[in-house]
Structures are given as C-alpha cells and as structure tokens.
Ligand binder design. Structure first.
Ligand code: SAJ
Length: 399
C-alpha cells in the first residue's frame, strides 16, 4: 500500500512518519519546496516531542517531494487558514490539493481529507471536483500539539465514508498504528463531530474563565473552587488562562455560529468570554501596578508568545492578541520573550531569558513553558502575574 500524505505541517508530518514507521510506504508531499529541502536534509521544520525518534524508525519507508504522486491512498493534511475579521475559513488549500491528487491518482484510489473544515464543505466544495476515479473519505484529526506522537497511537478516530467498504479499508490502514477504537460513520457526521468536539472544549474553558472573573469580584480563590468542584463525579471544569489560542479551538465554534446564528448562542458567548481574556490580563496588570506602586509600563514584560506551553506555534496566540491591544490602545510595545520562537515576530522581542529579565520589575507569565518552570528562582526579586497558575510561587499574583 502506497500512501501519499499531502501537506507536511503539524498534523501531516507526524501522520506521514507514523505510517512509515509502521511498515507502510509513504511519500510526503508539500508545495513548499523549502520545507521539502529541510526535510530532505534530515531536519524537522518545527518542534514536537518524540518526532525525531519516530522519524528514525521511518527513514526506510518515506521520501519527500513537492508533487503529488501515484499512490493507493492520499491523506490531505493541508491548512485551512482562518480570516479573523470575516470569521471564515479559506478551503482553497484543500480544494487545490484535491485537484492535484485527482490529476495523478490511479482508478479506485482513496482520498482522505484530514484537514479541519467547516461542516458541509465536502458537499459544497469538494464533491463537485470529484470524478469517478477516487473514493472520498473524511477522517478529521484529533491529536494534541505537544503530544502528537502519543495521541496518534492512542486516540480514538472517526472515519466518515460514503461507502462503508471503503471506510473499512481506511480503518485497517489506520489500525497499522492506532491502538484505539476507530468509529465508522458518514462524511457529514464526521465533519460535524470534529467541530462539536472543539466547541465543547472552548465552552468548558470559557466557563473557567468566567469563574475567574466572578471569583476576583467576590474575593474567592477560583483554583481552590475548581479543585473542590472537580471532586464531584460529574464535574470537570478546565483551567482559566489568558485566552484560547491555536488553529482549531478559537476557530471551529465560529462555524456553528456562522451557520446557525440564532441557535448557537452558547458557542458564540464562549468565544466572546475567551476572546476577552487577553484584555482581562491587561486589566490585572494595571491593577497590580497600582497596588505595588509601579508606574512605568516599560518595566513589565510578557513571557511566552506561543498559544500554549512547550510548542512553537503562535497561531491565534493570546499574547499576540494582548500585544495588539497594547499597541493600538496604549501605543506600548512591551518586552517579550519565548524560548521556542526563534524568529523575530513582534517589536521588542528578545532572544534570551537573561535579556528578558534584565530591567523588568513585573513578569507576566502568559505561557508556562518548561524553561521558566526550571528557572523559577530567577523570578525571586520580581513581581509575577502567573496567568496560568502554573509556577506555584507563593507570592505570585494570579488572574
Ligand atoms: N487552554 C486553557 N485552559 C485549559 C486548556 C486549554 O486556557 O484548561 C488553552 C490553551 O492554553 C490554548 C487553548 O486553550 O491556548 C487550546 O489548547 P488545547 O491544548 O486545549 O488544544 P489544541 O488547540 O492544542 O488542540 C485542540 C484539541 N482539541 C480538543 O481537545 C477537543 C486537539 O485534540 C485537536 O486535534 C486540535 O485542537 C485540532 O487540531 O483540532
């Protein structure tokens, strides 16, 4: 069985390596020839724990190219970028990849779309492109950045297919590495399920974020309350934080809101609550500055630019949202640092912890990367706002 994985990003590359490490012949395709060059020189284009080790077991079975090639199975893992203003997703990478596959695929090839797409996209934008050569399947990914390799092997999967016999074939293929249950369904159900899962998480986080605000007003410790409430056998509140980032959770709920504007009220409100958090962090900064007698905002620095701990992905990151707000409302560009973001993406971004801590009185922990947890003693003489409640410092301010 020859598998052609199209789109070698956060999902496609681990998926391609996982298939190859489990005795499948794989060709990884990316239209970005620079990325293909990086891969062909044996380097990873992004950080992810366990990925290099996985690659070591895959080298014999995988090659990389910038073209789609003849194969039995195609897995499309291209991005579906999102426009913040229109709240719409650009599915053109998916449709272009489908066209590129259809131009080279043999009769009865299986074309699996893993990219996250708004429900209804397959009927609206993909089916019209199909001819009688390939069988269409939608198998949305579920893996968590930072734990991609483990979750590929251990997460249950959903496979939506028009033809159950094709669904069974695809299930067998994924079973070459996936140890968890694989559920077969139809394509529209698979599309909706993916969005429902991410919206559920967004709503749960929004509840924690709403509670943090309620507890601030009422003078109660939200973390203690969540800890106690979660002892109830049917309660599982997530953790409050500076906002919700990443490519999926802050995006997918808008598909429901966009398609069902008068019904999807919970999804819309959760988005608004989570989107309000970067500004809420700033309100906390201002109030802590007042309390501690600080007057110079340039002595406040923000630690962490990625959307969550120990990853190098900055898409929809709460820190970027906060910096945008500070820039447009206060004309301020505070000092920022993230050990995982090597390229300069915002003004006043420094490249070492030393340079970051130097000259600052207040440190706002936006992301609790392992680096800062290991260097906690270096925060001793600073005022710390730990927006994640992750450092366990007894005198840190919390949200
Ligand atoms: N966050 C909180 N509080 C929490 C948990 C998360 O504020 O208690 C924040 C994170 O810091 C981050 C954001 O939410 O900014 C999202 O992070 P995440 O770790 O919850 O999820 P992602 O975006 O990395 O991955 C999600 C996962 N979806 C679900 O858990 C339902 C993953 O399984 C999906 O594969 C992925 O979206 C995707 O690509 O759809």
């Amino acid at each position: 069985m020859m598998v052609n994985v199209v789109g070698l990003g956060y999902i496609g590359l681990p998926t391609a390596l996982m298939f190859a490490a489990n005795a499948n012949k794989v060709i990884g395709t990316d239209i970005d020839s620079d990325r293909v060059k990086i891969l062909n020189s044996g380097k990873l284009p992004f950080e992810e724990p366990g990925l290099l080790a996985l690659w070591e077991n895959a080298t014999e079975n995988i090659t990389f190219t910038d073209q789609c090639v003849a194969a039995d199975v195609y897995i499309i893992t291209v991005p579906t970028p999102y426009d913040k203003v229109t709240k719409r997703v650009d599915v053109s990478y998916v449709t272009k990849a489908v066209q590129a596959v259809l131009a080279v695929c043999p009769q009865d090839a299986i074309l699996i779309i893993e990219s996250t797409i708004p429900p209804g996209t397959i009927d609206k934008s993909v089916r019209p492109l199909m001819n009688d050569t390939a069988h269409l399947v939608h198998a949305p990914e579920r893996i968590l950045p930072g734990n991609l390799v483990n979750e590929l092997m251990n997460n249950s999967r959903t496979i939506g297919a028009d033809d159950p016999a094709i669904g069974e074939k695809v299930k067998l293929l994924y079973q070459s590495f996936c140890k968890a249950e694989i559920v077969l369904t139809d394509i529209r159900t698979a599309e909706m399920t993916k969005v429902v899962e991410n919206t559920f998480r967004d709503i749960s986080i929004a509840y924690a974020n709403e509670l943090v605000k309620i507890c601030r007003v009422s003078g109660l410790d939200v973390h203690e309350i969540i800890k106690i409430a979660n002892k109830h056998p049917r309660v599982n509140i997530l953790q409050p934080g500076p906002g919700v980032g990443g490519h999926c959770i802050p995006v997918d709920p808008w598909f429901l809101v966009g398609d069902y504007p008068t019904i999807a009220n919970l999804a819309r409100t959760a988005r608004q609550v989570n989107d309000s958090m970067p500004e809420y962090v700033l309100e906390r900064v201002v109030s802590i500055m007042r309390k501690t007698g600080m007057t110079d905002v340039s002595r406040v620095g923000f630690y962490g630019l990625s959307y969550k701990e120990n990853v190098d992905d900055v898409r929809e990151s709460p820190t970027l949202q906060l910096l945008e707000h500070m820039h447009s409302h206060m004309a301020a560009s505070p000092k920022v640092y993230d050990p995982h973001i090597k390229r300069q993406i915002v003004p006043n971004q420094v490249s070492s912890l030393e340079a970051f801590l130097d000259g600052l009185d207040m440190i706002v922990i936006m992301v609790a990367h392992q680096e800062i947890i290991e260097n906690i003693l270096r925060l001793e003489d600073k005022i710390v706002l730990d927006t994640r409640n992750a450092l366990g410092l007894h005198d840190a301010y919390l949200l």
